[in-house]
Write a protein that binds this ligand. Structure first.
Ligand code: URA
Length: 208
């Protein structure tokens, strides 16, 4: 499994602001958006290109374009929704799928409650969005969902990842690629990433 930790200074700077407990909900949303856009740049760097001819005001020249069906963006509800606009501002033609999972409190395993994917997802590169890769259980389940629908090229964009979550996902899906702004130190006993940023959903939507 490939894990890319993006260390660009803009990413580092915005991540520091995002972690800060005094950052407002409005600013938190904006930072999630901007960080996702920056991580999308890295996540899409291996997209195939084909040659095309274009006429500039001066002469015809060879240019490049991304051919055919391209990308399906799939936020994992609910916090992944905060990342959607960041990807779409860079790739406005992407199709969007939604993956809703909740945790069964007895088995502690993720259960699907809502899945709606583009019909042609098998022909597209999939970008899964989840700001926090914590235990890895919901990511592994979301990868199961898109693989069942036929997807083969899958990248998870997460803002912060825990080593435990990366290990769990590596075991279940060694073919997944992960692009993240930080690999933090650990999970605490409540399942929060340390140092992390707290509950990403609550901070995005002001629900606490
Ligand atoms: N989900 C969050 O929102 N934050 C964590 O630290 C772990 C999981």
């Amino acid at each position: 499994m490939t894990v890319v930790e993006v260390t660009h200074p803009l990413v580092r700077h915005k991540l520091g602001l995002l972690r800060d407990v005094s950052t407002s909900t409005e600013m938190f949303r904006r930072l999630v958006n901007e960080l996702t856009l920056l991580l999308s740049y890295e996540a899409t760097k291996e997209l195939a290109l084909e040659e095309t001819q274009v006429q500039t005001p001066i002469e015809w020249t060879t240019a490049q374009r991304i051919p055919g069906k391209k990308i399906a963006v799939c936020p994992i509800l609910r916090a992944g929704m905060g990342m959607l606009d960041g990807v779409l501002s860079l790739i406005p033609v992407a199709r969007v799928g939604f993956i809703g999972l909740y945790r069964n409190e007895e088995t502690l395993q993720p259960v699907e409650y809502f899945v709606k994917l583009p019909a042609d997802i098998a022909d597209r590169d999939v970008l899964l969005l989840d700001p926090m890769l914590a235990t890895g259980n919901s990511t592994a389940a979301a990868v199961d969902v898109v693989k069942k629908a036929g997807a083969t090229h899958i990248t998870l964009i997460s803002l912060i990842s825990a080593p435990e979550g990366i290990a769990r996902v590596r075991e279940a899906h060694p073919d997944l690629r992960i692009v993240t702004a930080s690999i933090d130190s650990r999970l605490n006993e409540k399942g929060y990433i340390v140092p992390g940023l707290g509950d990403a959903g609550d901070r995005l939507y002001g629900t606490k």
